[in-house]
Design a protein. Structure first.
Lengths: 115, 119
C-alpha cells in the first residue's frame, strides 16, 4: 500500500536551534502534503498545506516564519521548526492522499522535544 | 466551516463485546466523505473505514461498520467482537468534495474517543 515515510521519529534539540522534519511519499506522487500538530490526548490540528512547487498555505494562528514548509518535489515535503522553544515541543504528523478515491496516508510522526 | 464532534472522550468495552463510538458533524455540503481513523499507542494513524455521503449503504470492513445517518448528520462506528488490539484513540474525520485538478482537501477531525478494551 501507499506509504509516507517520516523522519526523524524522535528528536531532542536545544532551545534556539532549528529542526527539519522530512516526509517522503515512497510509491506515489504527492502534489499536496498536510502537516499536523498533536498535543497529548488531543486531536490533530492542521498547521499547513504544502503544494509542490508553490508556497504553503498556513492555518490561522500558525507562524509561517517559525514553521517553514518546503515542497520542492512530488515525493518530498519538509517542515523546519526555526528557533525552536520548549512550547514547540509536540508531535508532528504529515499526511498525503495517494490518489483519487483513496483515503489519506499518514507518516509515523515526529516527537519533538525542545530543551 | 465544517465541524466534527465526538461527544465520548473515553469508552470501554469487554473483549469480544460490541461497542459503538459516536460522531456528529455539521456541514452545508451535500457531497462529502467521512472517515474513522485509529491511533494506537504507536501514534500511527490508521484508516479504519470510510463512507461516501452519496452512498446510502453503510460501509463495513470486517468487524467494523458504520451507521451513517445523513439527515441527522451522524456517523457512528460499531466495533464487533472487540479485541485487545482495538484499544486506541479513534478519530472521526470529514472531508469536503475534491476540487477538480487538486489532489485532495483537508480533513477535519473530531476530538477523539479513547477506547479501552478490557480482557
Amino acid at each position: 500500500g501507499a506509504v509516507v515515510s517520516q523522519h526523524p521519529s524522535w528528536v531532542i534539540c536545544k532551545s534556539g536551534t532549528s529542526v527539519k522534519i522530512e516526509c517522503r511519499s515512497l510509491d506515489f506522487q504527492a502534489t499536496t502534503m498536510f502537516w499536523y500538530r498533536q498535543f497529548p490526548k488531543q486531536s490533530l490540528m492542521l498547521m499547513a498545506t504544502s503544494n509542490e512547487g508553490s508556497k504553503a498555505t498556513y492555518e490561522q494562528g500558525v507562524e509561517k516564519d517559525k514553521f517553514l514548509i518546503n515542497h520542492a518535489s512530488l515525493t518530498l515535503s519538509t517542515l523546519t521548526v526555526t528557533s525552536a522553544h520548549p512550547e514547540d515541543s509536540s508531535f508532528y504528523i504529515c499526511s498525503a492522499r495517494p490518489g483519487q478515491g483513496s483515503g489519506y496516508t499518514f507518516g509515523s510522526g515526529t516527537r519533538l522535544t525542545v530543551v | 466551516a465544517q465541524t466534527v464532534t465526538q461527544s465520548q472522550p473515553e469508552m470501554s468495552v469487554q473483549e469480544a463485546e460490541t461497542v459503538t463510538l459516536s460522531c456528529t458533524y455539521d456541514t452545508s455540503e451535500s457531497d462529502y466523505y467521512l472517515f474513522w481513523y485509529k491511533q494506537p499507542p504507536s501514534r500511527q494513524m490508521i484508516l479504519v473505514i470510510r463512507q461516501e455521503a452519496y452512498k446510502q449503504q453503510n460501509a463495513t470492513e470486517n468487524r467494523f461498520s458504520v451507521n451513517f445517518q445523513k439527515a441527522a448528520k451522524s456517523f457512528s462506528l460499531k466495533i464487533s467482537d472487540s479485541q485487545l488490539g482495538d484499544a486506541a484513540m479513534y478519530f472521526c474525520a470529514y472531508r469536503s468534495p475534491l476540487l477538480l485538478g487538486t489532489s485532495g482537501s483537508r480533513l477535519t477531525f473530531g476530538e477523539g474517543t479513547q477506547l479501552t478494551v478490557n480482557p
